[in-house]
Structure formats: structure tokens, C-alpha cells
Design a protein around this ligand. Sequence first.
Ligand code: KIV
Ligand code: NA
Length: 265
Amino acid sequence: KKKITTKTILEMKAAGEKIAQMTAYDFTTAGILDRAGIDAILVGDSASNVMAGNADTLPITVDQMIYHARAVARACQHCLVVCDMPFGSYQVSREEGVRNAIRIMKETGVDAVKMEGGASIADTVRAIVQAGVPVVGHLGLTPQSIHKFGGYGLRAKEEAEARQLLADAHALDEAGVFAITLEKVPAKLAAQVTREVKAATIGIGAGPDTDGQVLVYADALGMTQGFKPKFLRHFADVCQCMTDGVQAYVQAVKGADFPNEEESY
Ligand code: KIV
Ligand code: NA
């Protein structure tokens, strides 16, 4: 199968072929996703929650994102790999944003970076794109702004915020993003953005009419416990599968059944 590029993503939008993306943060998981036929992997700053156990995405650093992204990029033969720019790495100045985006590209081998925000970061997005780095935008529930929002609820349900989101999507489109992640917004608004922008839209909790979907792999595969928002579907029960395996191992060790003669030198 051919390597998926940013150009492929735009061709998929044009052809109406849905784009399937999941997160991954390590070599082993990314290899499974890539061989299973995923179109794109996001090395999300959700690694802060999923890998490190933090309450939000704010603490993760550029160095830590580079560690995860390098491991994922090494595993991927086919899919497009996008790396989140973490909180603080592009909000201070355009120069700092460009420098960090270039650093991520040089040190990881990913195909693109993702940044949260609209019109307010459009100049930085434009400069990063002009430097040769493909950018994915991210609007709606942008977790790096969780302290501003005060919660993880649905965004843009009121007319004013919906209008702002549409303007932000157009600002990102004009700045040259090839894709926009839309998180936890009404399906109707996500459909309108999808119709109006050149960029491919990738939804999470944004209804069925975006150009693609993205989920955190640990949520989608039923590994995270006690997290089941309405937008999430469990496509596997990996928690149960791993629990069964661990219990079988413990029993085999305690019963002196493992290792047996064939498993010994
Ligand atoms: O970090 C992440 O996992 C994300 C997706 C939820 C879009 O940004
Ligand atoms: Na993210």
C-alpha cells in the first residue's frame, strides 16, 4: 500500500472517502494501527493523560512529544503521522512556533504538526506552512484551553461561538492548513465547516459529516476505565483481554505451570 501524504488526505476529501485516524504514542501500538490499515495517526498531547496519567494536556513538553513522535514515526510505513505541538510551544510568538515546529519535524520524522486555535494563531500557522511544515488546525473543545473553558463540555452550541468557530475555520483554511480537527461541537456546525473549507475536517464528537474521524486509541479500544462520553464507541475490550492474559500468567506462574520443559533451556 502507498504511503499516505497530506496530498492524499485532500484527495480523500475530494473523493468523499472517509479518513480514519487514531492516536498512538509508542512504537508497538503505532505498528499495530499502521498494519491494521489506519489512514493517519495523531501523536496527541493526550499522551499527557494516557501515557503519563496527568489530569490534562498542559504539562507535556516539546521534548516529551518528540520522544513519543519519534517512536511512532519509526513504526509507520503507510499512514500519515501528525504530532501535536504542546501547550506553550507556539502561543508566545510566531518565531517560537516556527522554531518548535521545525524542531519537531527535524527530530521525529512525522509528516505534519497540529495546533489548537483559530484566527489568533493564523499568522503563526501561515509562517510554519511557509517554512514547509504541513499544519493541522484544531477547533471547538481545545483541551490546552481547558482552564479558560472551565470544563470539557460541548462547544459552539450558542450562535456567537458557532459564528466565531466558522470564522476561525476560514482563517486557518486561508493560512494554509490541510486539515482541521473539530472536537465536541454540534454535528450541524461541523457539517457546515466541512462544506465551506478546502481543508479536510477530522471530527471527534462532531457528528457523521466531517471528512474523517479521530479517537484516542485507548478510549476506542476499551482500555481507559470510567471514561465513556456519548461520542465514544468501544470497538474492542482490550482491558478485558489484557486482564484475562495477566490473570492467566499469574495463575501459570503460581501453579508452577510456566515455564514448562519446552519453554526452558
Ligand atoms: O491529543 C489528542 O488526542 C487530540 C485528539 C483528541 C484530537 O488532540
Ligand atoms: Na491534542
